[in-house]
Design a protein around this ligand. Structure first.
Ligand SMILES: CC(C)(COP(=O)(O)OP(=O)(O)OC[C@H]1O[C@@H](n2cnc3c(N)ncnc32)[C@H](O)[C@@H]1OP(=O)(O)O)[C@@H](O)C(=O)NCCC(=O)NCCS
Length: 178
């Protein structure tokens, strides 16, 4: 199993179990994540932030779907993706962004670093519009997006239910070319 799939799965798994940032309610396996990674390429890309100073191992044994060998995911601080908004061809210049940072690395500008990388890539790859779905009240994610010019263009009310609560989702947009 590729190391990257382990890292993506381990970081996402935590967000699935402990946050409303994703509306997944069941952890994805490393195999699921490898399939998801394979749907990304040089245009619709996935990004990973690693700590070059990291040494040692993390104990992920017992995490559902994550095998003990996931210790190699320890250097990964977070990931971002630029995914297809839709597989209908007219949407080809539109991408959807996602960001997931390891809990102990949040608030240390890793998300900002990844956002800068995603935007630089999106511009050089000729994207026209980026979209993001952000659950209402996710202040860190909203600030991450506001800082680089995303605006909220709508709210979908009570479209999700997690941890026993109905959740609203904001649709955020960044026009890269006008
Ligand atoms: C949301 C997330 C991606 C942001 O990444 P991060 O590395 O923690 O954020 P950064 O340190 O780069 O800070 C980005 C902005 O959020 C603000 N911020 C960071 N943590 C915050 C918090 N807990 N509460 C409020 N604002 C916060 C920062 O001050 C900064 O805003 P500024 O540029 O106006 O000063 C990250 O916290 C995360 O993975 N959270 C859980 C999963 C998630 O919510 N993903 C997004 C799904 S839409």
């Amino acid at each position: 199993m590729p190391d990257d799939a382990l890292a993506f799965a381990a970081i996402y798994d935590d967000a699935v179990r402990t946050t409303t940032a994703t509306f997944d309610t069941e952890p994805k396996t490393v195999a699921d994540r490898a399939i998801w990674l394979a749907t990304h390429d040089e245009r619709f890309s996935a990004f990973i932030a690693e700590d070059p100073a990291w040494v040692g191992s993390v104990d992920l044994v017992g995490e559902e779907g994550i095998p003990p060998s996931a210790s190699c995911a320890g250097a990964a601080l977070g990931w971002a993706s630029l995914s297809r908004w839709s597989d209908r061809c007219a949407y080809d210049a539109t991408g959807e962004t996602s960001f997931y940072i390891r809990p102990d690395a949040r608030g240390r500008r890793v998300g900002t670093l990844l956002m800068d990388a995603v935007l630089a890539h999106a511009r050089s790859a000729g994207f026209h519009v980026l979209l993001a779905r952000i659950v209402t009240g996710n202040e860190a994610s909203e600030r991450l997006h506001v800082r680089c010019g995303f605006v909220r263009v709508g709210v979908m009310h009570e479209v999700g239910k997690k941890f026993g609560r109905w959740l609203d989702v904001g649709l955020w947009e960044l026009m890269l070319e006008k």
